[in-house]
Design a protein around this ligand. Structure first.
Ligand SMILES: Nc1nc2c(c(=O)[nH]1)N[C@H]1C(S)=C(S)[C@@H](COP(=O)(O)O)O[C@H]1N2
Ligand SMILES: [Mo]
Length: 524
């Protein structure tokens, strides 16, 4: 007579591990269609990177060099497999609990994807796919485990021909099932990998040199003021806003940029031809018109690209043209005043940000970047066409929906630290800090007010031109005796215009008002 104790453990461990593998592969494939960065693999890896203390990161980079990321992903993978195998073993006796734990494990990965600063609601899909497929696989494989349920034999059991344990599936079924799951996971994972990869992705080494290199960006205040937005936003945390449910994957080798419309001679460029044109570098802060006061839809990068003005001069714009309608590879349109694309602000057809070819999510292979205007009127990603036309003749996507046609960025400032509703210590020296922007004009001053007190001048961080934000901070010592304080910030642009207190919604030309946060004071 066989008892549960005699059952081999390995099929359970294998079922758990395979369920994780299948779930991860399904999540990876789903992410390739939705957003590769939301892949459970990438999201967990990035979360681990973010959570790793800087010295450990530096140690990993100096020890493993370029292999640091594969090693990281490999380690995360091993830990996950071990955990899943443990869950499989648990399923021998506590099946319900094991299934719950498996969902929790996939939930962790899904949560990591959603907690990224640039997450969108669609990023839940890879985690859901991982959980569903993981659960189905575990349940399916558990049903095939050989020798299970083999208590004392009853006459009703044991009609099967299997010699070892009548009533249970043969060992062969389990092995076949496991092989099937492995093969399926391999195919899904590989397909996801292939879909996520750009068909022909250039690397930083393929980028042309600008005519004149900008000096290095001055180092920002973030090393001194904890919690401050970095002076330059890393590509992976750059905000993302667009209407694309699936990030377009454009094949650079067949991509063309058309310059046409009401021009003397229309022309088109291949990616290679575009890269051959004179390039310039510019430090530019992008802002979304949908950014609420205090919101996160603002980021700053160093862009490399061709002046739009050069392209339009080559085409020869005819008199009467007042807008350039730009169209993406997906048919999304943006209209930009000709003036903004031809004056000396140097609007760009950008091919790189922060020294890397544009990431797919930010418009690879080329995008428009118009300093001083909100993204929806000047920053077409996955750019395919620039058409000279008029506002009377053509309307763009957002204009049709009632948003402004001409939308210069409004002066704004944001408190990054302390965070709203956090607690500060009475008597401690607390930095109040953040960023301020007024693209096209530049920031002249930032002031901070505690409750209804006087406006106090903040110290400004380094400058990188009028189209780039400025960091700022002010040291503050909260006094005991009051439970909470309201901190408010306002900026002044270089025209001397003070940021307005008047509240406006993002629709139709950008939010206005002062950003303030409430903090609690804890006695010493
Ligand atoms: N093709 C395309 N380009 C687009 C959009 C879009 O929906 N589709 N959104 C615009 C908006 S509203 C903004 S704010 C910027 C955001 O650029 P980012 O995602 O690189 O930060 O892209 C602009 N370019
Ligand atoms: Mo936007």
């Amino acid at each position: 007579m066989k008892t549960r104790q005699d059952q081999p453990a390995w099929p359970y461990a294998a079922a758990g591990a395979l369920a994780a593998v299948a779930g991860i592969a399904a999540g990876h494939l789903t992410a390739a269609l939705v957003n590769p960065d939301a892949s459970p693999v990438i999201a967990v890896g990035s979360a681990v990177i973010d959570a790793t203390p800087t010295p450990v990161k530096e140690w990993a980079v100096s020890t493993f060099g370029n292999a640091d990321k594969p090693i990281l992903l490999g380690s995360v993978g091993l830990v996950t497999l071990a955990a899943a195998a443990g869950i499989g073993l648990l399923a021998r006796r506590r099946r319900g609990l094991a299934l719950v734990l498996l969902v929790a494990l996939t939930g962790l990965a899904g949560g990591a994807a959603l907690l990224r600063p640039t997450a969108s609601s669609l990023d839940v899909l890879p985690g859901l796919a991982a959980a569903t497929v993981g659960l189905a696989t575990l349940t399916g494989l558990l049903a095939l485990v050989p020798g299970q349920g083999a208590g004392p034999l009853t006459p009703l059991e044991g009609t099967a021909s299997e010699a070892v344990t009548p009533g249970a599936p043969p060992r062969r079924s389990f092995l076949l099932g496991a092989a099937g799951v492995t093969a399926g996971a391999a195919v899904a994972g590989a397909l996801g990998q292939k879909l996520a990869a750009n068909p022909s992705v250039p690397t930083a080494a393929d980028l042309p040199a600008p005519q004149m290199r900008l000096g290095p960006l001055p180092s920002g205040l973030e090393s001194r003021v904890r919690g401050l937005s970095p002076f330059r936003t890393p590509n992976r945390s750059f905000y993302r806003v667009d209407t694309s449910l699936i990030i377009p994957r454009v094949d650079a080798s067949s991509w063309r940029l058309e310059v046409d419309g009401d021009v003397d001679s229309s022309f088109s460029l291949t990616y290679a031809e575009l890269l051959d044109l004179p390039m310039i570098e510019r430090d530019i802060t992008l802002t979304c018109v949908s950014n609420e006061v205090g919101g996160g839809y603002v980021s700053s990068a160093r862009w490399l690209g061709v002046r739009v003005r050069d392209l339009l001069e080559r085409a020869g714009i005819r008199p009467g043209v007042d807008q350039i309608l730009s169209t993406s590879t997906t048919g999304f349109t943006i209209s930009t005043p000709v003036q903004a694309l031809t004056d000396d602000r140097d609007a760009l057809v950008a091919v790189a940000m922060n020294g890397e070819p544009l990431p797919a999510r930010h418009g690879f292979p080329a995008r428009l970047v118009t300093p001083g205007l909100y993204g929806f009127v000047g920053c077409t990603k996955w750019l395919a066409q620039l058409t000279a036309t008029t506002y009377a003749k053509d309307t763009a996507y957002w204009t049709e929906r009632g948003w402004a046609t001409d939308a210069p960025v409004l002066t704004q400032s944001r408190i990054d630290t302390p965070k709203g509703l956090s607690t500060v210590r009475a008597g401690a020296s607390v930095p109040i800090g953040g960023v301020a922007w007024a693209q096209g004009r530049g920031i002249q001053a930032v002031e901070v007010r505690v409750d209804d007190g006087e406006w106090l001048p903040a110290t400004l961080g380094p400058e990188a031109g009028v189209d780039y934000w400025r960091q700022w901070y002010l040291m503050w010592t909260p006094q005991a005796g009051r439970e909470r304080h309201t901190l408010t910030v306002r900026a002044t642009d270089t025209d001397g215009q003070v940021q307005t207190e008047e509240l406006a919604t993002p629709f139709p030309r950008g939010a206005t008002g002062w950003h303030s946060v409430v903090v609690f004071v804890e006695a010493k």
